[in-house]
Design a protein around this ligand. Sequence first.
Ligand code: SF4
Length: 297
Amino acid sequence: MDKRWPFFTVDVELTNICEQNCRFCPREKLTRPSGFIDTQLLHSIMRQLAEIGSRVTFCGMGNPLLHPQWAEICTICHASGVKYGLTIQAPALIEANISKICELRPAFIEVSFPSIDSGHFARIYPGENLASSLNSLNRLVAARGSARGIIITAVRTTDDPTEPAETLAFWQQKGLLVRIQQCHSRGGNLHGQTTTEARRITSCGLFATHSFITWQGLLLACCHDLAGATAVADLRQLSLDQAAAAKIEILQKPMPWPICANCDEPAAIRPLPDRPFPATEKARSRYLKRLCASDQS
Ligand code: SF4
């Protein structure tokens, strides 16, 4: 397998600190240390990812906008040549954060907006309100000048009273792209709201095409590992090339971690890459769309 595949898409955790209190987040089980990525380390990682042509999303277990060296983060990203974006929960779209997003100038913003039902929205985000989050979203669109690059992620929990077709029509009528995702247990760490079935994964398609890097620079099997027990490589010591070789080696055998024995992550059953690494940005976007479509089917 081409060594670029494991870094086809990458989630970089600028921080695992968060001020939200989302009901579908298992962060109370997070036992990894808390902190913010070192900017020198981010610079080194982004430089290597630029050589691969990776698509980077700033997400993980925290709110990336809380990083205290935001201006420096923006400078690193602007100079990197990497296609990057971020994930944010709808209630975190306060004015100050919209300004930070504009300063970052991300190619894409995934806004987690799990429900368009006001009662359900308030259950998922205690103390928050659907109408005010919709207003904030409008302000984000206005601040960016258009809805281009904004993707709504509607994570579907068991008790959402809204039908998926209704959710799709709601966002499409607003001119926004939407992805409906099933709520899974995030490595067995979340219960009661999941809509997916656990199964044993032998070769993980997500692991093969996607990487998760913690704020400390650890390459974990995936973001569902809240204890940091599946470290594949420490990127403070190893290059991405060495880390990719380690991932490809792991894929030669069944997944070695207990967390994979009961995985209900829909993307884990993606097919392993069966083709050369796409040479252009356009071809990579096309292939990513196919992968995302297969995750939802
Ligand atoms: S099988 Fe599941 S838990 Fe294991 S690496 Fe893949 S997504 Fe993560």
